[in-house]
Design a protein around this ligand. Structure first.
Ligand code: 0XW
Ligand code: MG
Length: 373
């Protein structure tokens, strides 16, 4: 059996405009375009694996697009000669040479999973637990805007087949109460609405909001900045609570589970440092009957393909929804991205992630590190 060894790591970047002009969240978190990075990990056995990371601006999570390349430069020398199939060891080494910076490690880890799939001629979902379902329910994220515009956007997405909607709030309590009430009033049978504050309410605001909206069929996502404030909200809320930004590691997840802090959790691949760690968190949530949004922070076709494999291999009851993040950008970075049909993402049976980067679009690498031997 051939021993695979990492001999080269390179990266490509592209600035992708947001479809429709802007994507807005609470507390002035707004983007009109995003810089995405495609990482290629290459082996001595001539296999190339790919991963993508695309932070959502610089103030959504502790991650920023221009930090990716300097972070890769820090990691790459330590990864040469490693076997990319030894994913646990690879992750331990990344963690031992660079503390934190999950978003930098994520595309390297995902590229090594792609190599695992390619070296064994299997689609990735097979190693992530197997395929529970091929058609994966999607949610549509409604950028924060005046209520009328958001209702129009809801109708359009509903017409395309989406049945789950994420209402981006703007952090102004009165406006958000009205926004959530009006949009949820359009609800049709079988639909689910989640109001995401992206940490934008203080504890007392969030408590008053959940009490005011007691009769509205809506889930509340990441109401406040800290886990303890979100927990205080949950303790007085009859509405289901979803956590996102707060849950960025296995340790925090275990703490949140012990405290019964949430009903649903967003597992974002780059937020936790890649597929190896996302799988750990995913498996624990599934075992604890906590449902998940399986997704990433932001990103294009390679991120969406990665999501499709993690979502397909998540037990059905635990898979609330996933995200076709490539739909929010006006162009993609790869060919063969997973298809979307009537509000569902379809996982492909191609080997590895199943995508090939669009080289004409990506151009020359912005970073390269090769084994000198
Ligand atoms: C990360 N977002 C802002 C983009 C995705 O659409 C989901 C959303 C979130 O915070 O949940
Ligand atoms: Mg969220």
């Amino acid at each position: 059996m051939s021993q695979h060894e990492i001999i080269r790591i390179s990266a490509y970047q592209a600035e992708l405009p947001v479809e429709g002009g802007e994507y807005c969240m609470a507390l002035g978190k707004v983007i009109s375009s995003a810089l995405t990075t495609v990482v290629c990990v290459e082996t001595n056995t001539n296999i190339k694996g790919y991963g993508e990371v695309c932070p959502l601006g610089s103030n959504y999570l502790p991650a920023f697009a221009k930090g990716v390349v300097p972070g890769l430069a820090e990691l790459a020398p330590h990864l040469m000669g490693l076997n990319p199939l030894e994913l646990g060891r690879l992750n331990s080494i990344m963690d031992s040479v660079l503390k934190g910076h999950n978003y930098v490690k994520s595309p390297v880890d995902v590229a090594c999973w792609d190599i695992l799939g390619k070296s064994t001629q299997q689609p990735l979902y097979r190693f992530l637990g197997g395929c529970y379902q091929r058609k994966l329910p999607l949610y549509f994220s409604l950028s924060s805007a005046p209520v009328g515009q958001m209702i129009e956007a809801t109708k359009k997405a509903r017409y395309e087949g989406y049945k789950q909607f994420q209402i981006k709030c703007n952090g102004n309590l009165e406006e958000d109460v009205e926004r959530i009430r009006s949009i949820c009033a359009t609800r049709e049978d079988g639909e689910l609405f989640i109001a995401d504050a992206n940490q934008g309410w203080s504890q007392h605001e969030a408590i008053s909001l959940v009490k005011t909206l007691i009769d509205v069929p809506v889930y509340i996502e990441q109401p406040c900045e800290t886990l303890s404030a979100c927990l205080a909200v949950r303790q007085v809320s009859s509405l289901p609570i979803k956590l996102d930004e707060s849950i960025d590691s296995l340790q925090v997840l275990l703490d949140a589970l012990a405290k019964q802090a949430m009903d649903v959790v967003a597992i974002k691949v780059s937020k936790v440092g890649g597929l190896t760690k996302a799988k750990q968190l995913r498996d624990i949530c599934a075992a604890q009957n906590i449902s998940m949004t399986v997704e990433d922070t932001w990103g294009s076709d390679i991120v969406t393909a990665t999501i499709s494999h993690l979502a397909a291999s998540t037990p059905i009851k635990s898979m609330l929804n996933c995200s076709d993040l490539n739909r929010y950008m006006s162009r993609g970075v790869a060919v063969n991205a997973p298809e979307v049909e009537e509000g569902y993402l379809l996982v492909s049976d191609e080997i590895g992630l199943g995508i090939e980067p669009d080289w004409d679009f990506l151009g020359d690498p912005v970073f390269e590190y090769k084994n000198i031997t």
